[in-house]
Each structure stands twice: as C-alpha cells, then as structure tokens.
Write a protein that binds this ligand. Structure first.
Ligand code: LCS
Length: 398
C-alpha cells in the first residue's frame, strides 16, 4: 500500500506494506516466502546486490519479502520510516543496544523495565563493555544528571513491565535530544494503537511482537522501527552478522495478528478496566495498578499519552507471597504462564518467575513486591474472567 498515503490506523493494519497488484501471483493474503535465498539474474546482478549498490533479496538472514511486509506495516503504524523484524523481542533490544552503543559506553535506562531486559543491561552487556545506569523514570533530574560523556542512549518502557508506570516520553526525549542522544522506547505493552512514542519524540521503538502484535500466543518475534538510516545500518551490520532474523512463517503469523490489533486492544482495554475496578473493591486486595484508574500515580499523563489503557493489570494480594501463590494455584480459566498480550487471560507472580533473576535489592528497586500479581487480561467475556478470579479468591481464604 506504499503508494496510498493518508489511510487510518485500522486500514494500515490490514493493508500496510503489501499491494496484491504488485505481487506476481496477485495473492490477496500476504504470501509466505518460505525460502532461504533468491536467484540472481546474473553474476553482475549478484555483485551489485552484495556491494549494496542495488536493493534486492540475497538471503533471508538479511531480507525476506514476507518479513518486509511486517516491517513496513509496523513502521507505518508507528509513524516510522523503516522497520526490522527480529527473532524475538530480546533480539530487537540487544541489536538496538549493540548498534547504538558501538564501541562500548553507557545506557541510561528506566529501572521499571522487563526483567529480561534488566538482566541484559545489568549482567550480559557489561561483559562486552556496555554498562547501564538505572534511574527512576519519573525523576527528570535523575535522567539529566545520569548523562555522562559515556552515555550512548536513553531507554524506557511505558507502561513498564510489570509496574505499569507511565513515563513522560516527551520530557525524556527532550533531555536526550539536548544531549545529542537517542531515546529508545519499548512499546510492547501499548502497541502503536495505544501510543506512538516516535510522535512524542522517541527515536527508536522496539517491540516484543510475541505479545499483542501476534495476540495468538503462537510465535516469538520482535520488531525495531526508526529512521531509514539507522535501520539500514542495523540490517547491514549487526543483523546480517549476528543472525537474529525472524522466520518468514512467524512474520506471516504476526501479520495475521496485526490485522485485528485495534479491535483486540479495545477489548483488552475494556475488559482490563472492568477487572481493575472489580479488584479495587475486593476486600482481599491491598492495592491495584491500572493506568485507567484515578488511583494510578500517572493517571493524568496516561490520559494525555494513551488512547486506551491496555490489557495489563497488577495488584497486591493481602497475605503476601503465600496468598499470591494460593491464588495462582486456584485459578481455572486464567493460564499461569510467562507471557503477556495473549487473547486469553494470563496470570503470573513476577517475584518468583519473570523477575526471579534479580536480587532482592534489584527487585525492590524495580518495584516488584512479593505480593504483586500480574494479570494480562484477555478478550474473553469479562464476566467469566471476574468469576474465575472470584472463585480463586474464595479458595485463597479457605
Ligand atoms: N519487552 C517487554 C516489555 C517484554 O515484556 C518482553 C517479554 C520482552 C521485551 C522480550 O520479548 P521476547 O524476547 O520474549 O519476545 N516479556 C515477558 C514476560 O513478561 N513474561 O515472559 C516474557
């Protein structure tokens, strides 16, 4: 659809990056190009492609026509010039970090981020000369004062996993740009339907497509979007040389997911809001975190920065660690697993799972209390979700 500008979000989600008239078969659905490599016209053509003098497919580790549709579609939905599909969200974050922190240096990151990213930044990347300083993302002075000669880029999640902090992206982007640095935002929880960080000043957006972009919980993948220049550098250096390409089959599955993204995000958001309100009135609940509730510390900012408030809800159960475990063992409809963004409702206890690698101090710093339960509210009938939680709470008291 590259030649047709001006379509709305829902239309781009269905048509972006693909025009059947430009496909040799005329296939209406996006074809899966399940191939490792592409036949060159002749030796000169091959040489021109390898020398990057001419654009074209060489090998699926670098480009693939099905992956290109996903890349262009997510880029269009985020308002970016270009995209790059990776084998996982972590591969997207790692490639972004390796590219922006070339030669070593420092990442200045929000401390309220996914445990796997925290671990990449705090434990793995330092082995390769890239250190990370973690800051409270709501303290703009901490961002300003955290920048040194060594800083290579700023990084945040909004909402954060699992604390659901909403960070003022515009304000952090301004600080980054005053220092000639780029701001990278992980937009996994919101998806471009709920917020578009590039429009708020971010320079690069990363996604775990594993979550809402897919929605079906069948595939692991990631996407990076940003400027044409930066994405070209990533593709022709780190991506080509370290090999985090996405399989075309999974790219195709993510394209199927994108087609219904706006419908699902609205249903996720409506259901989550109702569950959050119900939890807030429950006698066994100590606290609830949901960006759409007035009790959320960044409620005003969420109203300004987001279209809806998403499918993620966190709460603290009275009775701490043991009560949390009992509740999780008592649910029947909700699935106990390590993922979010599925069409089905998911539940987990981060302190003993997703954030288990963190030390007690790191957990405290990252806002992971022992009684925190994370819900990824699905698109089932909300009455059934609430009924399941109700019966699980009842068993927890027994
Ligand atoms: N960014 C965020 C915000 C995430 O929640 C995750 C995974 C990733 C990046 C990494 O993406 P992946 O490589 O898994 O595609 N979050 C998970 C979670 O909360 N439970 O299990 C995985």
């Amino acid at each position: 659809m590259s030649s047709r500008e001006g379509y709305s979000f829902d239309t781009i989600a269905l048509h972006g990056g693909y025009d059947p008239k430009e496909d040799s078969s005329g296939a209406r659905a996006v074809p899966i190009h399940q191939t490792t490599s592409y036949v060159f016209d002749d030796a000169d053509h091959a040489a021109r492609l390898f020398a990057l003098e001419e654009a074209g497919n060489i090998y699926t580790r670098i480009t693939n026509p099905t992956n290109s549709v996903l890349e262009q579609r997510v880029a269009a939905l985020e308002g970016a010039e270009a995209g790059l599909a990776t084998s996982s969200g972590m591969a997207a974050i790692n490639l972004t970090a390796l590219t922006l922190a070339e030669g070593g240096g420092e990442i200045l990151s929000s401390k309220y981020i996914y445990g796997g990213t925290y671990n990449l930044f705090s434990t793995t990347l330092p082995k390769y000369g890239i250190e990370t300083k973690f800051v409270d993302p709501h303290d703009l002075t901490a961002w300003k004062e955290g920048i040194t000669e060594e800083t290579k880029f700023l990084y945040l999640e909004s909402p954060g996993n699992p604390t659901l902090d909403i960070v003022d992206i515009e304000a952090v982007a301004e600080i980054a740009h005053q220092n000639d640095l780029k701001l990278v935002v992980d937009n996994t929880f919101n998806t471009p339907y709920l917020s578009q960080p590039l429009k708020l000043g971010a320079d690069v957006v990363v996604h775990s497509a594993t979550k809402y972009i897919g929605g079906h919980g069948s595939s692991i993948g990631g996407v990076i979007v940003g400027s044409e220049e930066l994405l070209f550098e990533m593709r022709t250096e780190g991506y080509r040389d370290t090999g985090p390409a996405l399989s075309p089959m999974n790219a195709w599955l993510f394209i199927q997911g994108l087609e219904t993204l706006s419908l699902r995000m609205e249903r996720h958001s409506n259901n989550a809001f109702q569950v959050a309100q119900w939890l807030e009135s429950h006698s066994q609940v100590e606290w609830v975190r949901y960006p759409g509730l007035e009790s959320h510390p960044q409620y005003e900012l969420a109203q300004k920065q987001q279209k809806h408030f998403g499918g993620m809800v966190c709460f603290g159960i009275k009775g701490g660690f043991n009560a949390g475990k009992k509740l999780i063992n008592s649910v029947e409809l909700c699935s106990l697993l390590a993922n979010i963004g599925d069409t089905r409702t998911l539940i987990i206890h981060p302190a003993s799972t997703t954030h288990e690698q963190l030390s007690a101090q790191e957990k405290e710093d990252a806002g992971i209390s022992d009684n925190l339960i994370r819900l990824s509210i699905g698109i089932e009938n909300v009455d059934d979700i609430i009924a399941d939680l109700r019966q699980a709470f009842n068993k927890t008291v027994e």
